[in-house]
Design a protein around this ligand. Structure first.
Ligand SMILES: [Zn+2]
Length: 328
């Protein structure tokens, strides 16, 4: 059974159960008039969840007029080619810097293989090419007309050069991709306050640009953030400011480790990873003591928060080494 949550404003949140993990990646079906838009496909192995959701909601495939992805990382867009075949009437929205990788995914697959490894890539499923004639350029300020409903593209290159967000005017909400980081809904519910971590992966996370993106979003007066990882959350302002605060701490932690002069790359990455994990776990454990949360109950979400910090560490270091003048 695919887990679907009906949100206000004719938006359906679909749990893509990325690589069998529930509550980690979401796609969204948005309705405008009699038309539909799919926001984020997830990897190819999640296509079943999307098709299942379309059936449960009662979406006629020919009414899906738009499929959009926030960026071309495999966990967001790996299933785009496959989904495009099912929703044959849809225009496909991708930032121009990612579009060519969707038409010819060979290089993206090669690059992803280097980052994720063979086993994880197998779990993501086969990446199929998107027909070029169906691609539409998701560039800043572009307004997508969804049956009279307007969805605007905002470029947010901090997470990746090809990353954008989609602003839904009707709900004053933002489909943020990874621009505002990763939101942990169950931990947030347990603590009674949002828990977030920035998403700073290789190869082209850029700290300065991500801070700029967040600053822009903070000025937008948003109400909701529709996170890909994971789910709708509000108040948007608080979430954005939290993400910015976390980002500056993560950068600080990485800089401090770099300043300690380590020659070996792997050692520095391990050091930054450990420092990020230690910091995050300490903060959470302190909160848990205050409100009497049992650590075992939140263990799975704790690991969603802490485990990927090795990827964060790698991206932070790659950025700092590329731009050594940046605040070091
Ligand atoms: Zn992601």
């Amino acid at each position: 059974m695919t887990r679907i949550a009906e949100l206000s404003g004719e938006i359906f949140q679909v749990d893509l159960e990325e690589r069998g993990k529930p509550g980690w990646s979401a796609g969204y079906f948005i309705k405008g008039g009699t038309d539909w838009m799919l926001m984020e496909t997830g990897p190819a192995s999640s296509a079943e969840r999307i098709l299942d959701a379309a059936q449960s909601i009662g979406i006629d495939h020919s009414r899906v007029k738009h499929v959009a992805v926030t960026h071309v990382h495999v966990d967001h867009a790996g299933g785009l080619g496959l989904i495009a075949r099912h929703f044959a009437e849809a225009e496909i929205w991708v930032h121009p810097k990612g579009g060519r990788h969707m038409v010819n995914p060979a290089r993206l697959i090669e690059g992803s293989m280097a980052v994720y490894g063979e086993r994880k890539m197998r779990e993501y499923g086969e990446m199929l090419p998107v027909p070029e004639e169906r691609l539409r350029p998701a560039v800043d300020g572009k307004i997508i007309n969804l049956g009279g409903r307007s969805v605007e593209v905002w470029e947010t290159p901090g997470h990746a050069r090809h990353a954008v967000c989609y602003y839904d005017m009707r709900t004053n909400g933002l489909f943020s991709g990874d621009a505002v980081g990763v939101y942990l809904p169950r931990l947030s519910a347990a603590f009674g306050c949002p828990v977030i971590r920035p998403a700073t992966p290789v190869p082209d996370f850029n700290g300065e640009l991500m801070m700029k993106d967040l600053y822009r979003l903070a000025h937008a007066g948003l109400q909701y953030i529709y996170f890909t990882h994971f789910g709708v959350a509000s108040p948007a302002q608080l979430l954005i400011e939290l993400a910015a605060g976390q980002l500056s701490f993560h950068l600080r932690i990485a800089k401090d480790c770099l300043d300690e002069e380590n020659a070996d790359e792997a050692i520095v990455i391990a050091k930054v990873t450990a420092a990020l994990r230690e910091y995050s776990a300490k903060v959470l454990r302190r909160e848990m003591e205050k409100i009497n949360v049992n650590e075992e109950m939140v263990a799975p979400e704790m690991s969603l928060l802490l485990d990927p910090l090795d990827d964060s560490a790698e991206g932070l270091l790659a950025y700092l080494q590329k731009a050594p003048a940046n605040g070091r």
